[in-house]
Design a protein around this ligand. Structure first.
Ligand code: NDP
Length: 435
């Protein structure tokens, strides 16, 4: 904790995992002897670099770039790149740490990593985005590779940015390889990658509801925060499973549509026009718009899916959800619930699917993209989607079984942490320590 003072997000993530591992550490003294906990909390490598680029007015702008290569015990580092003004070393380290356990849970051979920049893509022209991505990759390329570290998208990094990053990597290295995932379909991308995190979240929540409550999405009022990649496809799958999604948001505010959100309108605003969620009312005048994004948790619902960003759902929001009778919360974003909110929801008996299990569908499908690139093959949408569903239901059962073995049956926070941890820890033990 002393070494990471000033890194609150990272400490929050580490604390949550370490608390879950207490019973495992008691049962496995060799973990302590081999310093597994200390080693697993320290990134193998953390690179910070300058990204200078030229804006449309011809001025030089400077941002800070990061890549955190957290753990490579079970495979090459794997994790997204985030472009957002809130990005700093603490945020990147917390995301890389979480990614290590999440990737382990998928059952695929991927280590953990994360990167990004404090660059703000909002209001930038297409050419500015391209020049930024090229400059970013001009430094990043020396640290990554298809067998060492394979970045992907995250907040602010979608298909357009991955395209510019891939183009620059290829230009510099002359190599055509699966060094990035989330690529376009014409140059090595995988069908269903765009949908994977949102769909995967719903597959896992559906399995959780079915096994723990004999229930499902059908007929359930659902609230989804955010309106980005994860939120949009969580909405699509929840609706197709019979849920009525009544609210979505962006960082300015939220919309409430008692008749059920019209996803075609949201997609048009967010994916085509890159506009604001309040524009929904121009198409659907019967809906409501409320300033401020946190208010979304006061909307009564059976299922809540926070899909925007870290710490967006605090204790007060959790209390509002509980008071309104929420039955399940599934974390689509990374660490969207504060520790206090998570504890309050669990204490109230709300089914809780933690991020590292619930949103693992994105990276799992990225793993499938890597497999397809290595095979020089493309699988159909149905093939990838079926594998995704199998992986997500498998993650639920692994986490559930681990929670039972730890004596807290149904606590998926503990279950996911323990199941994700054990595979990485065993690989680290097997590989020894260099001294
Ligand atoms: P996007 O950039 O596509 O979308 C983020 C969305 O969240 C935007 O609608 C943004 O609105 C909104 N937002 C940001 N801050 C807030 C806030 N405080 N309150 C409400 N809305 C907010 O990102 P993704 O959908 O890709 O990622 C969302 C989350 O899911 C992140 O935590 C990410 O790490 C996680 N994740 C993503 C995966 C993926 O495959 N994409 C995989 C696993 C996890 P605005 O336009 O106003 O900024």
């Amino acid at each position: 904790a002393v070494r990471s003072a000033g890194e609150p997000e990272f400490l929050q993530a580490v604390r949550e995992v370490l608390e879950s591992l207490e019973t495992v550490v008691e049962r496995r003294p060799e973990l302590e002897k081999w310093g597994i906990l200390e080693r697993i909390c320290e990134p193998e490598r953390f690179v910070q670099f300058r990204v200078s680029w030229v804006d449309d007015a011809g001025r030089v702008q400077v941002n800070r770039g990061y890549r955190c290569q957290f753990n490579s015990a079970i495979g090459p580092y794997k994790g997204g790149l985030r472009l957002h003004p809130s990005v700093n070393a603490s945020v990147i380290k917390f995301l890389g740490f979480e990614q290590t356990f999440k990737n382990s849970l998928t059952g695929l051979p991927m280590g953990g990593g994360k990167g990004g920049s404090d660059f703000d893509p909002k209001g930038k022209s297409d050419m500015e985005i391209m020049r930024f991505c090229q400059s970013f990759m001009t430094e990043l390329y020396r640290h990554i590779g298809q067998f060492t570290d394979v970045p992907a998208g995250d907040i602010g990094v979608g298909a357009r940015e991955i395209g510019y990053l891939f183009g620059q990597y290829k230009r510099i290295t002359g190599e055509y390889s699966g060094v990035l995932t989330g690529k376009g379909l014409s140059y090595g991308g995988s069908l269903a990658r765009t949908q994977a995190t949102g769909y995967g979240l719903c597959y896992l929540v559906q399995e959780m509801l079915s096994c723990m409550k004999g229930d499902g999405f059908a007929g359930k009022t659902t609230v989804i925060s955010g309106s980005g990649n994860v939120a949009v496809y969580a909405c699509e799958k929840a609706q197709s499973l019979g849920a009525k999604v009544v609210a979505m948001s962006d960082s300015n505010g939220y919309i409430y549509d008692p008749d059920g959100i019209r996803l075609d309108v949201v997609k048009q605003i967010k994916e085509v026009r890159r506009g604001r969620i309040r524009e929904y009312l121009e198409e659907v005048p019967g809906a409501q718009y409320h300033e401020g994004c946190r208010g979304i948790w006061t909307v009564p619902c059976d299922i809540a899916l926070p899909c925007a960003t870290q710490n967006e759902l605090d204790e007060e929001s959790a209390a509002a959800l509980i008071a309104n009778g929420v039955m399940a919360v599934g974390e689509g974003a990374n660490m969207p619930c504060t520790l206090e909110a998570t504890r309050a929801l669990q204490a109230a008996g709300v089914l809780f699917a933690p991020a590292k299990a619930a949103n693992a569908g994105g990276v799992a499908t990225s793993g499938l993209e890597m497999s397809q690139n290595s095979l020089r093959l493309s699988w159909t949408f149905e093939e990838v989607d079926a594998r995704l569903k199998e992986i997500m239901t498998g993650i639920f059962h692994n986490a559930y079984d681990a929670s039972r073995e730890c004596g807290c049956e149904g606590n998926l926070v503990v279950g996911a942490n323990v199941a994700g941890f054990l595979k990485v820890a065993d690989a680290m033990l097997a590989q020894g320590v260099a001294y």
